[in-house]
Structures are given as C-alpha cells and as structure tokens.
Design a protein around this ligand. Structure first.
Ligand SMILES: Cc1cc2nc3c(=O)[nH]c(=O)nc-3n(C[C@H](O)[C@H](O)[C@H](O)COP(=O)(O)OP(=O)(O)OC[C@H]3O[C@@H](n4cnc5c(N)ncnc54)[C@H](O)[C@@H]3O)c2cc1C
Length: 456
C-alpha cells in the first residue's frame, strides 16, 4: 500500500505515537526545516491521567481526547497517518505499518507503555484494564451491567461477586480509581439501585508492597491510607493477586476474593516496537537510550517517554513513566534534532521534577513538591484539578471537564452512567486490537459454600 506522503527535499522525522511525548515533539518541530510524519493507531491524543474518571462516569470520553489532525491544523510541515506500526527495519531506515512502509531519516519512538500482567494468563484474559479510552468505557459499562445483573439474581454469592470490586495496584491509578468508586457507592449507586443492599458492596484495593503510593512521600502514603479508610475502601497490603478465573481473584492457591469486577492497575511495560535489537530492550520492555534519547548504536533512532529507558545516577531503574518526563524529553529532542541537522553536538537531558500528585476523592488529594514540600486535603484537591484542567488539550475539553466537575461537586452526582455499548469479556482486546479473552466468565459456577472473603 502507498502511504502517499509527499516527497520532500527536507529530512523526514517519523514520530511513532502521538501521546504526551510525540505530540509535544511534533509541535516543537513546527518551524524546523524537516518533514514531520506522525503515525498513531488512534486518530486522537488521549489524556491518560483522567481515564479513570471516564471509567467511573465523572468525565465524558470526548473531554479527555483530542483529534490529532485538529491539533496540528495549520502546521505546514506536518503529516499524519493513522496506522499501527508493526516493525522497524533500522538497516533500511523504514517502518512497516498496517497501511504500508514509511521511510525515515530520523525515527522517534514515542509508543508509551502497555499493561503488564506479569505473564499471568488468567489475568490477561479476564481482568479489566485502564490504558485506553475503549478500556475506560468498557469498564464503566461493565460495572453498571453487573449492578443490573445483581438485581436479578437470587443467589447471594453471585450477588456479592457482582457488587464486589477488586482494584489491584496501590499506585496513583489504583488509589484514584478506588476513591472514585467509593464516591460512586456513596452518592450514585444508592439513588440508582435502592433495591440493593449497598452496605454489602466491597471495594478492595490490593497492593503487593507494604504501602500505597509507593514512589510518593511517607506523608502522602499515610494520608492516602487514611483517606481510603474514611471512604470505606478495604486496603490489603503485602498481597499478590496470582490469578483470576471464574470470578475468583486468587491471592493464594486456594484463597480468593469473589468478584466479577477486577481492575488491574498493577504495572506497565514499555511498548517497544519489534525490530529494535533485543539487546537494546530492557527487561521491562523499555528501549535503552543515552542522555540525548538516542538508541545506542542507531544514530538516527530515538525513543522518548514511557518507552525510553533512560538510566541516570539518581534513577538507576530508569526515569519514571510520567507525562512530564515524556514532555521534557520531547522538548529537548526537538532542539537536539535541529542541532544534529546543523552538525552541532546534542545537549544531554536533565529531568526537572516539578512534583507528583494523586487525587483520592472530593476534597482529598496528596501533593509532593520538590524540597520535601507536601500538602493534602482540599488545597491538594484544588491543585490537582487546576493542573489537570490546564494540561488538557483543547479549550472545549477544558470547558467540558470543568462543567462536569462542577456539576458533580455541587450535585454529588455523576451524569454519565449510560451502558451505551454493553461489554462482554469476549470483547477484551489488547492495545493492538488482538482478541485476548476467548471465553466469557460472567456465568461462573458459584461455589455453593464459598469461603468468606478472607482479606487480611
Ligand atoms: C490510568 C493512567 C493514569 C496516569 N496518571 C498519570 C498522572 O497522574 N501523572 C502523570 O504524569 N502520568 C500519569 N500517567 C502516565 C502518563 O500517562 C504516561 O507517562 C504518558 O502518557 C507517557 O507519554 P508517552 O508519550 O510516552 O506515551 P503515551 O502517552 O502512552 O502515547 C503513546 C501513543 O503511541 C501510540 N502507539 C503505541 N504503539 C503504537 C504502534 N505500534 N503503532 C501506532 N501507534 C502506537 C498510542 O496509540 C499512543 O497514542 C498515567 C497513565 C495511566 C494509564
């Protein structure tokens, strides 16, 4: 297939992925003497930090996504192809995509990350994840579908499993989604399901480590734990979920939590593209890069953001997978590519940590800033809202998100609980669109005398 890209006398920079890194890089090359070709399998930029709000009905999907072509309208050196990059041929300076081959002079991989199920097949098949907008919409539908089913069943064990929600992973995503679900249990579900005894609904947050929000300060970890207790989320620490089958989330060979709703937020791997030599890909599937994001030994291939494994003296496991890392690397690489084209030496990357934050629920958030500055509560919550509102792409998205948040705040309600496209686990697909689940597990054989929920 011909990708119909115009021939140019200028060098072609191909950017794979229009997430936080790819978007910023393509923008920074607006006035550079290069042809910019962006390839992404989705025709929109996805603001991942707010996916969990789509999953819990707090925000519309449209307010956290923005069409790529609209972002770059008017940028004359910009070309976009909606395609899946299947392989890179570094010897031929070509990427093989689902719509044909594309040649490059410079290649930048900004493909982000994929959910890491640690090789546990039952989790990969049956757990819900939140890495994409379809994932978030599926999750929203699935939770409400299960509440509709809970109304119908006479079997108490089945009813309990349909109402239980297990969130695995006590990082920011797990904490944020658990808090949001607890708000939903308090404010939304009693209005919609007065026939159900919601005091029996359990939200259980399972974390393998000894604390929540592992990479944040001890104060933030303690605040998060306190907030979870106030919201009635059961936190289970030092516990691994080892498998998930027939609506049982196993934490040992025989002990399990019965649940139809298991949300996997326990980790991600880099989304390395096939064709990059294996010895350049770290165990967590991130591509090794030097201090100017160049892949060692491949002088015209670069990686930025989550997929780039940049090891520094103070971060021996690689820089964190965070949006600001991707954006700062993109800004510098934009400059460095222009320096390379002019024959000038590139400048090394230095990460400027501007702080990390996590929201738990209304008026509850934790914020860690450099120099050990920490704050929480309503001030943290406003800071979180403000930062996320300002970083959303597009004026319309900012307005829609603001209106949705204001409506929820003043009404204690969430408008978005439509089951628009009923979801079955048969439909679970990975980010490449390949089918994952081959069987639905929504009609498990319930144990007539199941063990009590034995969460420690
Ligand atoms: C639920 C959730 C919450 C988060 N919360 C926060 C937060 O609060 N703060 C924070 O800083 N970070 C947060 N993150 C992490 C942050 O979103 C990532 O660090 C950031 O998105 C990385 O940017 P990136 O450009 O490397 O990749 P991404 O933004 O993931 O973009 C990758 C792009 O590449 C495309 N792509 C991938 N492979 C291919 C392929 N083979 N062919 C074509 N296209 C491809 C994808 O469609 C995507 O558009 C969160 C992540 C998630 C999932």
């Amino acid at each position: 297939m011909d990708t119909n890209l115009p021939v140019s006398s200028q060098p072609r920079v191909v950017i794979v992925g229009c997430g936080f890194g790819g978007l910023r890089l393509a923008k920074s090359l607006r006035d550079a003497p290069v042809q910019v070709v962006v390839i992404d399998r989705n025709n929109y930029h996805n603001f991942q930090p707010l996916l969990y709000q789509v999953a819990t009905g707090a925000l519309e999907a449209d307010s956290i996504a923005y069409p790529i072509r609209k972002i770059f309208a008017g940028q004359k050196n910009f070309f976009y192809r909606m395609a899946d990059v299947q392989r890179v041929d570094t010897a031929a300076n070509t990427v093989h995509t689902s719509v044909g081959d594309i040649r490059y002079d410079y290649l930048v991989l900004a493909t982000g990350s994929l959910t890491n199920f640690f090789g546990i097949e039952s989790l990969e098949k049956n757990a819900m994840q939140i890495k994409s907008i379809p994932n978030a919409l599926n999750l929203r539908s699935f939770i409400f579908q299960n509440f509709e089913k809970a109304l119908l069943t006479e079997n108490p064990e089945e009813k309990q499993a349909l109402m239980n929600i297990v969130v695995v992973g006590g990082g920011p995503t797990g904490v944020e989604i658990s808090g949001s679900l607890a708000e939903m249990r308090k404010h939304v579900l009693p209005k919609d399901y007065p026939e159900l005894d919601l005091s029996k609904m359990q939200i259980i947050l399972v974390e393998a480590g000894a604390e929540l929000l592992g990479p944040m300060s001890v104060k933030s970890q303690q605040d998060a734990m306190r907030y979870m207790q106030e919201l009635g989320v059961k936190v289970v620490l030092n516990t691994h979920i080892k498998g998930y089958e027939n609506c049982r989330a196993y934490y040992s060979d025989t002990e399990f939590i019965p649940t139809e709703n298991l949300i996997w937020a326990a980790g991600v791997n880099g989304a390395a593209v096939p064709g990059i030599p294996e010895e350049l890909v770290a165990r967590n599937k991130r591509i090794n890069v030097n201090q100017w994001n160049q892949v060692p030994g491949l002088s015209n291939v670069f990686a930025i953001g989550d997929v780039a494994n940049m090891v520094t003296d103070d971060m021996p496991k690689g820089l964190p997978m965070l949006a600001p890392v991707a954006q700062q690397q993109a800004d510098l690489l934009g400059d460095n590519l222009q320096r390379l084209i002019k024959g000038q030496p590139p400048v090394p990357f230095v990460y400027k940590n501007k702080g990390v934050m996590a929201i738990v629920s209304r008026n509850k958030a934790v914020v860690d800033l450099p120099k050990d500055v920490h704050f929480n509560g309503i001030f943290g919550w406003f800071t979180w809202l403000f930062v996320h509102l300002m970083t959303l792409v597009g004026f319309r998205n900012k307005v829609v998100a603001f209106v949705d948040w204001a409506f929820s705040y003043f009404s204690s309600d969430q408008a978005l609980r439509l089951i628009i496209r009923p979801f079955s686990r048969r439909d679970v697909k990975d980010d490449q669109g390949k089918k994952k689940a081959e069987h639905a597990t929504s009609t498990p054989e319930y144990n007539p005398t199941p063990p009590a929920i034995q969460v420690k």
